[in-house]
Structure formats: structure tokens, C-alpha cells
Design a protein around this ligand. Structure first.
Ligand SMILES: *Cc1c(COP(=O)(O)O)cnc(C)c1O
Length: 358
């Protein structure tokens, strides 16, 4: 830290993203990226955009938003796009949370919420997940706070039924409810259509997980037009050209590849079922998941130790030091080949542990 950092940031503890190692080639199952490359048409669309890169991108991203609107069956006025959904999270917190409307989210959830709340000096509290690590909708009914729920939740993978989400939204008409659907394409039912019925609901999504564009940084949100206008007020005050021309082109091309998208999501679900079976066969307890990852633990080896041993063997998974979930690892679903290798390496670790005991 230099002597120049504004004092008001001394307290800030930044978010720690999952490792993106550049040295060694790992089987990377730690940041929930897609194992599938973007479709060929994305490459072509980005290339074609190079010639117009001297111009600023469209600050309203109208073409992309129009396509989003058609794909998700909402009017274009209900849409906004962003530099990753992380940016929308920040914009929404800035716009709709303060001392009078403090934030509330589950104790175990996406770690970025806390950091963004701190950055903006928004007070927050957390609601403990149930013993089975599920979000209980009743905990959020009529609580008069700005609510943020990742559904399905991360890193647990658990999903809250749409009727339960609606119960939360309907019972908090005086507050914004943000539903972060980063993983909704892997088996859950989206709350997107509810934005036409409730003017206090924001549904956030991303191209990072199911659409193979994590590095392109493209996120989006759906909400009533007044809410979108408020978000844009902040967005135009911060970064009006937040979606660059290459990302917009990539996003549009990706949206048009419905078949590729559906097939990839289906494959992830199949591979998830495969890995879940294998893990259970090897004595793991696995939380039921509607995402592209599994959250699992075993008595045979601690969470941190398993993470480290797999890393030595060339496989990266995600471990969190948080007390309540330190026994677990979050494992991204990859190709079936990757899942086979992972299973093999896990068996090796378990054998090593067993031998060390004797
Ligand atoms: C991955 C993730 C995001 C961030 O997505 P980006 O669009 O890549 O910024 C947001 N929320 C949750 C719950 C996530 O897991």
C-alpha cells in the first residue's frame, strides 16, 4: 500500500477470485467456467467488429438488448447489460441499498456481495442457511431490507423453487429483491418473467457460465423500466460504454446459437450426474446441485487437504476457508473425460490417506 491511498479505503478487504494460474496447465475445475469453447460464429462476429473498433460502442447496447429481449421474452425497456454480472451487482447495490435499506443475504453465498457492500459502505447482515445448506424463503418474508439471493446458490449449488422466490418478492413490496441467476441454465426455473409482475424485482444473469464467455465479461439484468432507469443513472455516471464492441458482438452471436447452448447445458447436467454418482461411490456427501458445480465433502480427508493434494496432481478445485464450509470443496463440472480423471485422482488421494494411516 502506498502512502497515497485515500484513508476511507483502509478497511477494505478485496474479493479473492479463484486462481487463474498461467504457469502450469491444470484441469481447471475451480471457477465454474464452461469446458466448451465459444461457438465458431462468435469468433467470426468478433473479427468482423475489428474495423469499427475506432468508434465508441453503443452506450445503450441496443442491438444486444433487443436480442436479449427476444430471447428472454421481455420488452427491451426491461433490460440492461454490463461488464460481467459483477458490475450489475455493484450498480444495483449503489442504486438501491443504503443505511435506510441495508442489504441482507445468506451467510454462505457469493463472496463478492460482502465486498461490494463494504466498498459502498452499505450496512449488511446475513441469514444463516439451514442445516442442509438450503435457503429458507420464510427467513426473508417481509423483512424490509434489500435482499440479495443467488439462485441456485453458490457455492452450495442448492436451488430455491420459483414459488418460494415469488413469496419473498411479493412479501417485500417496499424493498428491492435481487435474484442472481448466474447458474439458472443448469436446471432451475428462472424468475425472469416475474419482473413483469413485480416492480421490486431485479433478476441478474451472466454469459460467463453457461455461454462460455467468462473472459468476454458480459452480464445482464431484467427489471421494471423504472428500476432499469435508476441503474442506468448510476451506470452513465460511472462507465457509459461498459460493454465493449467485441463483447457485444460475441454476446449476440452466442445468443443465436440456441442448439449449441442447449446441448452444452444438457452435457453439463449429464456429467454432473456422473460425477455425483462417482463421488458418492467413494464415500462423499454431495449437496444436490442445479448448477455447473458440485459441493462435496468426505470424512476421509479434510477439505483443504483434498484441495492441496488434487492441486499437486494437476487438478484445481475451489476450497473456502470459511468455518462453516471448510470441509467442502466446490468442483466445477467439466467434460466427462475431466470428470473421469478427477475421479481417478480422488481415488488416489483416498488410497494415499489410507496407507498413511497404517
Ligand atoms: C460467477 C458468478 C457471478 C459473476 O459473473 P460474471 O458475469 O463473470 O461477473 C455472479 N454471481 C454468482 C453467484 C456467480 O457465481
Amino acid at each position: 500500500m502506498s502512502n497515497f491511498l485515500a484513508e476511507k479505503y483502509n478497511y477494505l478487504v478485496p474479493y479473492v477470485p479463484g486462481e487463474q494460474p498461467q504457469d502450469r496447465k491444470y484441469i481447471k475445475l475451480n471457477t465454474n467456467e464452461s469446458p466448451f469453447p465459444p461457438p465458431e460464429s462468435v469468433k467470426k462476429a468478433v473479427e468482423e467488429r475489428v474495423d469499427t473498433a475506432r468508434l465508441y460502442s453503443d452506450p445503450d447496447s441496443n442491438n444486444l438488448r433487443q436480442l436479449m429481449a427476444e430471447n428472454y421474452n421481455v420488452p427491451i425497456e426491461y433490460t440492461v447489460v454490463s461488464n460481467g454480472s459483477d458490475e450489475i451487482i455493484n450498480l444495483a447495490f449503489m442504486a438501491f441499498a443504503d443505511e435506510k435499506n441495508p442489504l441482507v443475504f445468506p451467510d454462505i453465498t457469493y463472496g463478492f456481495y460482502k465486498v461490494v457492500a463494504d466498498l459502498n459502505r452499505i450496512p449488511y447482515s446475513s441469514v444463516p442457511l439451514g442445516d442442509d445448506l438450503s435457503v429458507c424463503a420464510d427467513d426473508y418474508v417481509g423483512i424490509n431490507k434489500t435482499i440479495v439471493i443467488a439462485n441456485p446458490n453458490a457455492p452450495t449449488g442448492r436451488y430455491l423453487e420459483l414459488s418460494q422466490v415469488e413469496k419473498i418478492v411479493a412479501s417485500n413490496p417496499g424493498n428491492i429483491v435481487i435474484i442472481d441467476e448466474a447458474y439458472i441454465d443448469f436446471g432451475g426455473e428462472s424468475a425472469v418473467q416475474l419482473v413483469k409482475k413485480y416492480n421490486n424485482l431485479i433478476v441478474i444473469g451472466t454469459f460467463s457460465k453457461s455461454r462460455s464467455l467468462a473472459g468476454a465479461r458480459l452480464g445482464f439484468a431484467f427489471a421494471a423500466p423504472d428500476i432499469i432507469a435508476d441503474i442506468n443513472k448510476i451506470r452513465y455516471s460511472m462507465n457509459p460504454y461498459n460493454v465493449n464492441c467485441f463483447t457485444a458482438a460475441a454476446g449476440m452471436a452466442a445468443l443465436k446459437e440456441k442448439k449449441y447452448f442447449d446441448e452444452n447445458c444438457k452435457t453439463i447436467k449429464e456429467n454432473r450426474a456422473f460425477l455425483e454418482t462417482e463421488l458418492k461411490k467413494n464415500g462423499f456427501e454431495v449437496i444436490p446441485s442445479k448448477t455447473n458445480f458440485l459441493f462435496a465433502k468426505t470424512d476421509a480427508v479434510g477439505g483443504k487437504e483434498l484441495y492441496l493434494r488434487l492441486k499437486e496432481k494437476g487438478i484445481l478445485v475451489r476450497h473456502f476457508d470459511t468455518e462453516r464450509i471448510k470441509d467442502y470443496n466446490r468442483i466445477t463440472i467439466g467434460t466427462v473425460e475431466q470428470m473421469r480423471i478427477l475421479t481417478e485422482k480422488i481415488r488416489e488421494v483416498l488410497e494415499e490417506k489410507n496407507n498413511e494411516k497404517c
